[in-house]
Design a protein around this ligand. Structure first.
Ligand code: C2E
Ligand code: CA
Ligand code: CA
Ligand code: CA
Length: 273
């Protein structure tokens, strides 16, 4: 039994070492990828629930690794965050989003990571970016998650107010998955809340989910915020959400994330030829 325990321990250590090694590899590759420009922003439409009209797009990061193929952000964002590389990566995302605005109608939503949000130069860098690109901040929505706000909130409030004064819209992403969502809604100046995919997913299965989603929509609307549902995959979900008063829908039913080129070809077929 003692031997077995020792073996399990050795296996565990080996597993851990492999994991650490993989992370370190990914970290090195991230640096190279930043230099070589292996990233691309995909765009997923956000659609007005009532009319079905596309209001804008969420920018979602994709990494095309020369050997490993496409790596999804769920796998590399945490590594970028832990290594601090998210600062440069996030700056690239914002600059790219500003460029994309010239080619699309409506707004673009950009995910901002906690470390990026807290970085001392975040607000001034954004001001510089607006100046150099001439991008209209009213067409840019910054999506942050609750995890951004947990600590000293005076600074968070100040950053958010600065961003709002500059003209940016602010969205609270993944609403309902954190612990303190309700108090945050009154304390921070959000324009939009995005109902997390997990609630939308459960709409068909769990009775309570409908009540929860309805309540979130009423709460957000009551506070004067725009309410967006993410992860909408079925017509039933879309109909329920529209009837419940949800403002905008996002999800595979309305459109998957795609390259900018594919979207502009649809907007203006003449460009394609
Ligand atoms: P998120 O911000 O919650 O983005 C929504 C995720 O749900 C995206 O995954 C999107 O492709 C996926 N999705 C959209 N509609 C559906 C649907 O109908 N069904 C299902 N099952 N999934 C759907 P993705 O692109 O893999 O991104 C994962 C997460 O990575 C994002 O979650 C976001 O937190 C992070 N992320 C992506 N791009 C960036 C970025 O530029 N910067 C930062 N900091 N984080 C990013
Ligand atoms: Ca998001
Ligand atoms: Ca989300
Ligand atoms: Ca999420």
């Amino acid at each position: 039994a003692k031997n077995a325990g020792r073996n399990a321990c050795r296996m565990f250590k080996r597993g851990m070492n492999e994991l650490i090694e993989k992370r370190r590899e990914l970290e090195v590759d991230l640096e190279i990828a930043l230099q070589r420009g292996e990233f691309e922003l995909y765009l997923q439409p956000r659609v007005e629930a009532e009319s079905g009209i596309i209001i804008g797009y969420e920018a979602l990061l994709r990494w095309f690794h020369p050997r490993r193929g496409m790596i999804s952000p769920g796998n590399f964002i945490p590594v970028a965050e832990a290594s601090g590389k998210i600062i440069r990566l996030g700056a690239w995302v914002l600059a790219e989003a500003c460029k994309i605005l010239d080619s699309i109608d409506g707004h673009i939503s950009v995910n901002v990571s906690p470390l990026q949000f807290r970085h001392a130069d975040f607000v001034t860098d954004l001001a510089d970016l607006l100046k150099t690109t001439g991008a209209d901040p009213h067409r840019i929505e910054l999506e942050i998650t609750e995890s951004v706000l947990i600590e000293d909130d005076k600074r968070a409030v100040q950053i958010l107010n600065d961003l709002k004064r500059m003209g940016f819209h602010i969205a609270l992403d993944d609403f309902g998955t954190g612990y303190s969502s309700l108090s945050y809604l009154s304390r921070y100046p959000f324009d939009t809340i995005k109902i997390d995919r997990s609630f939308v997913n459960n709409l068909n299965l769990v009775d309570n989910a409908q009540i929860i989603v309805r309540t979130i929509i009423d709460l957000g609307s009551g506070l004067g915020m725009k309410v967006v549902a993410e992860g909408v995959e079925t017509t039933e979900q879309a109909l329920f959400l529209a009837h419940a008063g949800c403002d905008e829908l996002q999800g595979y039913l309305l459109g998957k994330p795609r390259k900018l080129g594919e979207i502009t070809r649809e907007i203006d077929p003449a460009i394609a030829t």
